[in-house]
Design a protein around this ligand. Structure first.
Ligand SMILES: NC(=O)c1ccc[n+]([C@@H]2O[C@H](COP(=O)([O-])OP(=O)(O)OC[C@H]3O[C@@H](n4cnc5c(N)ncnc54)[C@H](OP(=O)(O)O)[C@@H]3O)[C@@H](O)[C@H]2O)c1
Length: 247
């Protein structure tokens, strides 16, 4: 299959590209560092010539609603427009478990993306996954002030980005299916415990403090809004196993 991966250099995107090539597919990665900006869409028509399936794992790293909504709306609409012109047969987007229960900030952007995909003319699949194991060092980086990290209290069921990439490729090979089964990791965890475990391995002098962040979004995240419902697909690698493998 001829596949384009939007965001193919990212955390999950680079696994998608690697797995797709290992399975014998022809793959093009689309990212700014490879000369293509999905927000403007310049050059996209040409980049999608001959492509059958687009896997969208592009991302903006922000917690704010406006830039997230603008990014996911612009990138998705540009992709769908170019896909129509190129005759693409399947648009596959990666989303996040539980976003409708916490539909503000960044998650409002993901919901806007889902709406654009499901209302679009290209046959689609949306796969929702939980936070990646790789999310933990990202949170530590964002919340650190010198030796202190103020990590929001939140329940998560993290999954390996590599396993998410495998599920995306399985879905790409299966063809359009609408909403796929949600994918979560094998264990429900407190984000602060994971951050302490990571810091204990990698950043010995970091003190991780759990903080209760006010507001509807964080209340929902503390009460488990982002963990999958029964019946979801379950990944194998635990956070601890990932941490040991990474070390
Ligand atoms: N992180 C998580 O825990 C998690 C969990 C579930 C689902 N997801 C979803 O998974 C997707 C990927 O997340 P990620 O954490 O793997 O992302 P990431 O590591 O931040 O990578 C983002 C990718 O998007 C590309 N990109 C960003 N802006 C672009 C633009 N204007 N034009 C073209 N390419 C652009 C980046 O490359 P350049 O910078 O070179 O452009 C990079 O390849 C997102 O939709 C996210 O919502 C994430």
């Amino acid at each position: 299959m001829n596949i384009a991966v939007a965001g193919g250099t990212g955390t999950v995107g680079h696994y998608v590209v690697g797995i797709a090539r290992d399975r014998g597919h022809q793959v093009t990665s689309l990212s700014r560092s490879e000369g293509l900006d999905l927000v403007t869409g310049h050059g996209l028509n040409r980049a999608l010539e001959g492509v059958e399936t687009v896997i969208d794992v592009a991302n903006i790293r922000t917690a704010a609603e406006k830039p997230a909504v603008e990014f996911f709306t612009a990138t998705t609409n540009n992709l769908l427009r170019a896909e129509k012109a190129a005759g693409v047969m399947h648009h596959l987007a990666l989303s996040i478990v539980g976003i409708d229960k916490a539909a503000t900030g960044y998650y409002a952007g993901k919901l806007a993306q889902e709406h654009a995909v499901s209302r679009g003319v290209i046959p689609w699949t949306i796969l929702r996954a939980t936070q990646f194991h790789e999310f933990v060092p990202q949170v530590l980086e964002r919340t650190s002030m010198g030796p202190l990290a103020l990590v929001p209290r939140m329940i998560t069921q993290p999954v390996a980005a590599r396993e998410v990439a495998r599920a995306l490729m399985d879905a790409a090979e299966a063809g359009p299916q609408g909403r796929a089964a949600d994918l979560g990791g094998p264990r429900m965890e407190q984000l602060t415990d994971l951050a302490r475990a990571y810091a204990g391995r990698r950043q010995r002098n970091k003190l991780v403090l759990g903080v209760v962040v006010p507001g509807r979004l964080f209340k929902a995240m503390r009460s488990g809004a982002l963990v999958p419902e029964p019946g979801a697909a379950v990944g194998r690698q635990t956070f601890q196993e990932w941490l040991e493998a990474e070390a």
